[in-house]
Write a protein that binds this ligand. Structure first.
Ligand code: HEC
Ligand code: HEC
Length: 380
C-alpha cells in the first residue's frame, strides 16, 4: 500500500507547489514596457457645460496636453504602489466608467478598501473629493491613494520620486510637461490631477437631448424624467437644474446631477459642505462626514459603475430605486427631504414607473468614455 501512497503524495505536493508559483507569478508586474503615446492626441476642448473648461483648475496648474499625457502614464503605472502591483487603474477601470465593479476594491497587499471605488466623472466640476468630501483640492487628493496603507502603500511618499527617477522613459515626459526632468511629488500630483480633469462625461443621450428639445428621448425616458423631478423627487438632491431656475427646456443645463450652487458663470458645481444621510441603516457603521452623511454623488455613467453607494451595497439600479421607494430606514439623522408625515417616505412607485426611472437614469451615461483611446492604458 505504502508504495502507492508516496507517489500520490508527491504528485499532490508538486501540483500544490506549481499552483502556488503560478499565483506568485501573477503578482509580478507584467508590464514594465515603455508607454506608447500618440503626440497628436488633443485633450483640450471646450465643454458643453456652458463653455466652462476647468472651473477647479488652479492657476499654477494650467491644462496642457503634455501634462495630461504624463498623468495618463502615471495613472496606469503600477510602480506608484509599494509592491509595483497596483495602479490607479486597478480600481478606476475605463470599462467601468473609471470605477470598479466590486463593492470594495483590493489594495496592494490584498486587503479590501474601506469604501466603494468612486467613478472618475467630470472631476473638473467638483469642489470636494471622496465619499466624505474630506479633500477640496484635486492636486492633493491624487497623492492620497498612493500613500494610503491599503490602496497603494507608498507611505513614505518621498521614495516615489527616486523610484520614478530610475525609470528611463519618465525623464523626457516630465521635461516636456514641466520643463524639469526629475520627478517631484509636486509635479506627479499636478500631472495626475490634470489627467483626471481631462476625463469627461458630457455626451450622454441626456446631453444631446438638450439641444434637441428631448426629441431623441422615447416616451418611457420622458416619463422617467418627469418622475425623477416630481413623484420620486430625486431632483431635490441630484439636481437637473438649480432649484431656483424654473424648469423649461431652455433653462436646462448639462449638469452633474449633484446638489450644487449655480455660480455666476452658470455651471452647477458639486456641493462642498453638505452631506446627506439617506437612511441606508438604522445605525450607520461608517459615519462618513458625521452622522452617516455622505456626499451627493453624480448620477452620470451609472450604467457603467455598479455596484452603488459608499459601500457598494446595491448591485443594480432596481435595488437603488427600491431603497428610495420603500427601504429607507428611520434614524435621527435622516434627511428631511426623505421624510413624509414624520416617517421615511414611501414612494409607492408602480413597476412600470420604476422601469421608467431606470430608463431615464441610463440616458445620463456617456458610453463613449469606454472606447476613448485618449484614456486607454498606454502600456498595452
Ligand atoms: C485599491 C483601490 C484604489 C486605488 C489603487 C486608487 N483608488 Fe481612487 N478611490 C478608491 C476608493 C475606495 C475611493 C473612495 C474612498 C473614500 O471615499 O474614502 C476612491 C476615490 C478616488 C477619487 C475621488 C472621486 C470623487 O469624485 O470624489 C479620485 C479622484 C481618485 N480616487 C483618484 C485616484 C488616483 C489618481 C489613484 C492613483 C494615484 C487612485 N485613485 C488609486 C479606490 C482606489
Ligand atoms: C435627500 C437627498 C437625496 C435624494 C432625494 C435622492 N438621493 Fe440619491 N443619493 C444621495 C446621497 C447622499 C447618496 C450617497 C449615499 C451613500 O452612499 O451613503 C446617493 C446615492 C445615489 C446613487 C448611487 C450612486 C453611486 O455612484 O453609487 C444613486 C443611483 C441614486 N442616489 C439615485 C437616486 C434616485 C433615483 C433618487 C430618487 C428616487 C435619489 N437618488 C434621491 C442623496 C439623495
Amino acid at each position: 500500500m505504502r508504495i502507492y501512497i508516496l507517489p500520490i503524495l508527491i504528485g499532490f505536493g508538486l501540483i500544490f507547489i506549481f499552483n502556488f508559483c503560478k499565483k506568485e507569478e501573477t503578482n509580478i508586474p507584467i508590464d514594465f514596457k515603455s508607454p506608447i503615446l500618440d503626440p497628436s492626441l488633443n485633450y483640450i476642448h471646450t465643454s458643453r457645460f456652458q463653455g466652462q473648461v476647468n472651473p477647479n483648475e488652479p492657476l499654477d496648474n494650467v491644462l496642457t496636453n503634455a501634462k495630461i499625457a504624463l498623468g495618463r502614464v502615471l495613472f496606469y503605472d503600477p510602480r506608484l504602489s509599494k509592491t509595483s502591483t497596483v495602479s490607479c487603474a486597478s480600481c478606476h477601470k475605463q470599462n467601468f466608467g473609471f470605477a470598479d465593479n466590486l463593492p470594495k476594491s483590493i489594495g496592494f497587499n490584498g486587503q479590501p478598501t474601506k469604501r466603494n471605488s468612486m467613478p472618475i466623472i467630470n472631476e473638473r466640476f467638483n469642489f470636494s473629493f471622496f465619499w466624505d468630501a474630506r479633500t477640496r483640492k484635486l492636486e492633493e487628493q491624487v497623492l492620497m491613494p498612493v500613500a494610503d496603507h491599503i490602496e497603494m502603500g507608498m507611505e513614505d511618499l518621498d521614495k516615489l520620486e527616486a523610484k520614478l527617477e530610475a525609470v528611463n522613459f519618465y525623464e523626457p515626459l516630465f521635461y516636456k510637461a514641466f520643463g524639469y526632468s526629475k520627478p517631484t511629488l509636486d509635479h506627479i500630483g499636478k500631472a495626475l490631477a490634470q489627467f483626471i480633469r481631462a476625463i469627461p462625461s458630457e455626451n450622454s443621450k441626456f446631453d444631446q437631448a438638450i439641444g434637441l428639445g428631448f426629441s431623441n428621448f422615447n416616451a418611457q425616458e420622458v416619463f422617467g424624467m418627469t418622475l425623477f423631478r416630481e413623484k420620486a423627487n430625486c431632483n431635490s438632491c441630484h439636481n437637473i437644474i438649480h432649484p431656483l431656475v424654473n424648469f423649461s427646456e431652455t433653462t436646462l443645463l448639462t449638469t452633474n446631477f449633484v446638489n450644487g450652487n449655480m455660480t455666476g458663470s452658470g455651471y452647477v458645481s458639486s456641493t462642498t459642505s453638505e452631506g446627506v444621510n439617506i437612511g441606508l441603516d438604522k445605525a450607520s457603521s461608517d459615519l462618513g462626514m458625521g452622522n452617516g452623511k455622505f456626499k451627493i454623488p453624480s448620477l452620470r455613467n451609472l450604467d457603467l459603475t455598479a455596484p452603488y453607494m459608499h459601500d457598494g451595497r446595491f448591485a443594480t439600479l432596481m435595488e437603488v430605486i427600491d431603497h428610495y421607494d420603500s427601504g429607507i430606514q428611520n434614524n435621527e439623522h435622516l434627511d428631511d427631504r426623505l421624510i413624509t408625515n414624520n416617517k421615511p417616505q414611501k414612494l409607492k412607485l408602480l413597476p412600470h414607473e420604476k422601469e421608467a426611472l431606470i430608463a431615464f437614469l441610463k440616458t445620463l451615461t456617456d458610453y463613449s468614455i469606454v472606447q476613448d483611446k485618449k484614456f486607454r492604458n498606454p502600456f498595452n
